[in-house]
Design a protein around this ligand. Structure first.
Ligand SMILES: *Cc1c(COP(=O)(O)O)cnc(C)c1O
Length: 468
């Protein structure tokens, strides 16, 4: 572009004042605010000017109508909350990027109902004096797991750090070589140990650790035997690990508490329903673990939280540690966790139906096939779209049921209108946002994590994107 052409483009740019006084912008000012519209308008004109100077703009982008449309789009984009609903079409039930467990209806009802009011968090209503924050959830956890007491912190990484700091500072903690895991981010068992002031004593080997290895390693300096769920990998082949019961016998013999970091706090018997790989909170405690810790938002299906349950004396030590104050949750967590735990009081079958993540993990093949057919039917009528059913591997996710795919059903789509990466991007950035996977040059929608009611929404978005 010649300087003269650029000059002509720049002269086309309207003044802020003229734009703001137009009727269309008046409407925008009514919905947003004058100051917001003004600042967005200036920012938009600045970027258009920069593009014009660089010669990277077409004249029609500088027309008043186009600028007003762009301004409207910028303002609605700004209004769109960062944290917003996403349709999870990945087949990964507990997706950390999507906030893990979606909550049960009664839990969200309770949150909506209670959060607009002051909420009892730690007042003893009988005496009017300060009570215990943990009491509401601890009562339920005692009933559901057989624990003597329980305490709640912000997440399970915090729970692990807290219990190591409170129970093993300057002492030895025995962990199997095969369980020195990195869960993700910088959460590595050896580092957490060091942070908690405990000395790691690795026991056995990577693939085989026997009960006798722990027995030999126990000394008067041992403060804890820690068993860690290998949440994102599985040691296969020539392997051996000590059963939790055997560990507890050794702990008893040496008077050393056994602590089980379970990762997922599974409250129902998944193994009898065909999903092996997770132990049951109640089993670990009944086997003799002094404490267990687990997340609130993995297979438990509740809010983000870390739960420490077991011996009343050890739970109290954790609660008295200064770190506890730095890790205690807020009222939203207590309300959501209490209500989630209350669902479990109704029994296993009802819990599985009521708690979305459990239901999704256990969804039957018939239901998945029915949903797949429904999605196919909705998408089939769209032009310029190639739609195919496929079998797909779903996962529990977030370190639950590690490295064990759960057979699922999906629909694969491609379009001649755009490359698959662009199709996926448009699905993600629209409203509602839809998160698919991209595999073998196709966009895949896995129906395990899609609700039946979301199928029409997905079809409408796809129709919009391919323009049919
Ligand atoms: C997931 C996991 C954690 C971390 O739990 P968060 O609730 O994500 O902090 C710790 N230990 C194990 C074994 C886990 O699987």
């Amino acid at each position: 572009m010649t300087p003269t052409e650029i000059g002509a483009l720049l002269r086309k740019l309207p003044q802020v004042d003229r734009l703001v006084n137009s009727a269309a912008v008046e409407t925008l000012i009514d919905t947003h605010s004058r100051s917001l519209v003004l600042s967005e308008c200036r920012a938009l004109l600045d970027s258009l000017r920069a593009n014009a100077l660089a010669g990277e703009i077409a004249a029609d982008e500088l027309s008043e109508d186009s600028i007003i449309a762009q301004l409207g789009a910028r303002l609605s984009q700004r209004q769109m909350p960062y944290h917003r609903r996403v349709i999870n079409a990945t087949g990964v039930v507990l997706h950390t990027g999507l906030g893990r467990a979606p909550l049960a209806d009664e839990v969200t009802d309770a949150l909506v109902e209670q959060l607009r009011h002051p909420v009892r968090v730690e007042i003893d209503l009988e005496s009017g004096l300060r009570g215990s924050r943990d009491e509401g959830c601890a009562q339920l956890l005692k009933e559901l797991t057989g624990a003597e007491d329980a305490t709640i912190v912000n997440n399970n990484a915090g729970a692990t750090l807290l219990l190591l700091s409170a129970l093993a500072e300057d002492k030895e903690v025995l962990v199997s070589h095969g369980e020195l895991v990195e869960i993700g981010g910088s959460f590595r068992i050896p580092d957490i140990m060091e942070q908690g002031g405990a000395r790691l004593k690795a026991v056995g080997t990577t693939n085989r650790t026997r009960a006798s290895d722990y027995d030999k390693a126990c000394s008067s300096d041992s403060a804890m035997v820690l068993k860690v769920h290998t949440s994102n990998y599985r040691v296969v082949g020539f392997t051996e690990e000590a059963e939790i019961g055997e560990l507890c016998d050794i702990g008893k013999k040496h008077k050393v508490p056994v602590v089980h970091d379970m990762g997922s706090g599974c409250m129902v018997d998944l193994a009898s329903r065909g999903l092996r790989g997770e132990s049951w909170v109640r089993d670990s405690l009944e086997s003799g673990c002094a404490l267990v810790c687990f997340s609130g938002d993995k297979l438990l299906g509740g809010p983000q939280a870390g739960i420490i349950a077991g011996s009343a004396e050890l739970v109290q030590k954790c609660r008295k540690h200064p770190l506890y104050r730095a890790m205690r949750p807020g009222r939203m967590t207590y309300i959501a966790l209490e209500q989630t735990l209350r669902v479990y009081l109704r029994g296993e079958e009802e819990s599985i139906q009521a708690i979305p993540s459990l239901r999704r993990v256990l969804e039957s093949e018939e239901v998945l096939t029915e949903r797949q057919q429904l999605l196919l039917k909705e998408l089939d009528s769209l032009t310029d779209l190639v739609v195919q059913p496929l079998d797909h591997d779903g996962y529990a996710g977030s370190g639950s049921l590690p490295a064990r795919p759960i057979a699922s059903k999906g629909v694969q789509i491609t379009t001649s209108r755009m490359p698959v990466q662009e199709l996926a991007r448009l699905l993600r950035t629209g409203e509602p946002a839809i998160l698919p996977t991209v595999q073998d040059d196709a966009v895949i929608l896995d129906v395990r994590t899609i609700e039946k009611t979301e199928i029409a929404e997905i079809a409408a978005r796809v129709a919009e994107i391919v323009g049919s």
